[in-house]
Design a protein around this ligand. Structure first.
Ligand code: SD4
Length: 291
């Protein structure tokens, strides 16, 4: 049996997994751990696809998507949230303190102010400059593995074996105004089933939504697949569609099962998973479909 607790996250985010680990070690729950971990990336202005410093949509607006899910199967999410850094914390409050699962746009922002969260300008000078440079040609094309694929998704299992997960993103850079990705959609960007395991996605959200990717991975684990096999099968569903142009986009999944086994897989080279276990923080390159 794998050693618990355990934290995994999409991409190379050692500061976020450290924070989550520290939270668990102080007696925090898996839910506290994934929230605190994701908050690290939201506050980091150098991460241009999450929270403050995130790249804007084509009109120059930074809009955030996030969700969170606990061991009871409760979930909360925010979509198209502006002017608030910690989207994941708003999502948690939606889950815990409202009768709803999702809040969007102005309503989500209003709720964050009611919670006492400060209004902040999420568009940093450098993201604004990048957007202005993009505007010259205004060519929209998802770019594989660059900053616009740095959504953080995090899964944690505490010492009792209870699982929670969260993810948070500013979505694809220079997206159409109003575009929402997979990250706030329960079952697509994230799914947690405390009996079986959990999965979180990154990459081109449209492709994840079309295959309800994270739910699929958890259900495949329920049917007996390992987390690695389940992530591979979910990527296969995407690339084996007739006319799939998977050569032009990235999707990656990470997953954990109830026993603490983990897996990760992506379409293209370049994806990785950060794992904190046994007091050690490691970044592991993921296997990928295109060899
Ligand atoms: C989205 N899945 O909005 C997110 C973007 C992403 O790493 O994962 N970036 O489609």
């Amino acid at each position: 049996k794998a050693s618990l607790p355990l934290v995994i996250a999409t991409w190379n985010v050692p500061n976020a997994t450290s924070k989550a680990w520290e939270t668990l070690k102080k007696g925090g729950s898996a839910l506290d751990a994934v929230e605190k971990g994701c908050m690290v990336e939201e506050a980091d202005v150098n991460n241009t696809s999450v929270g403050k410093g995130g790249l804007p949509d084509r009109d120059g607006r930074v809009t955030l998507d996030a969700c969170i899910m606990d061991k009871h199967g409760n979930c909360g999410s925010v979509v198209y949230l502006e002017n608030i850094v910690h989207a994941v914390s708003v999502a948690r409050k939606v889950m815990e303190d409202t009768p709803h699962v999702m809040l969007a746009g102005k309503g989500a922002e209003q709720y964050a102010y009611e919670l006492g969260m400060p209004k902040d300008n999420l568009l940093t000078e450098s993201s604004k400059k990048a957007w202005e440079a993009w505007k010259v040609k205004s060519e929209y094309k998802p770019i594989i593995n660059i900053e616009n694929h740095d959504t953080i998704g995090m899964l944690a299992i505490d010492e009792n074996g209870d699982i929670s997960g969260a993810c948070t993103t500013s979505g694809l850079a220079y997206k159409m105004a109003g575009r929402v990705g997979d990250s706030p959609i329960i079952g697509s960007g994230l799914f947690v089933d405390n009996e079986i395991g959990a999965c979180v996605a990154t990459g081109l959200g449209e492709e994840v939504v079309k295959t309800v990717g994270s739910f699929l991975v958890v259900e495949l684990m329920r049917q007996g697949k390992s987390p690695q096999e389940a992530c591979e099968e979910a990527i296969n569903r995407i690339v084996s569609k007739p006319n799939s142009n998977y050569k032009d986009f990235q999707v990656g999944y990470i997953a954990v099962n109830k026993q603490g086994e983990t897996g990760s897989y992506s379409i293209h080279n370049g994806f990785s998973m950060t794992k904190f276990q046994n007091g050690e923080n490691t970044n592991q390159t993921s296997n990928h479909f295109i060899k």
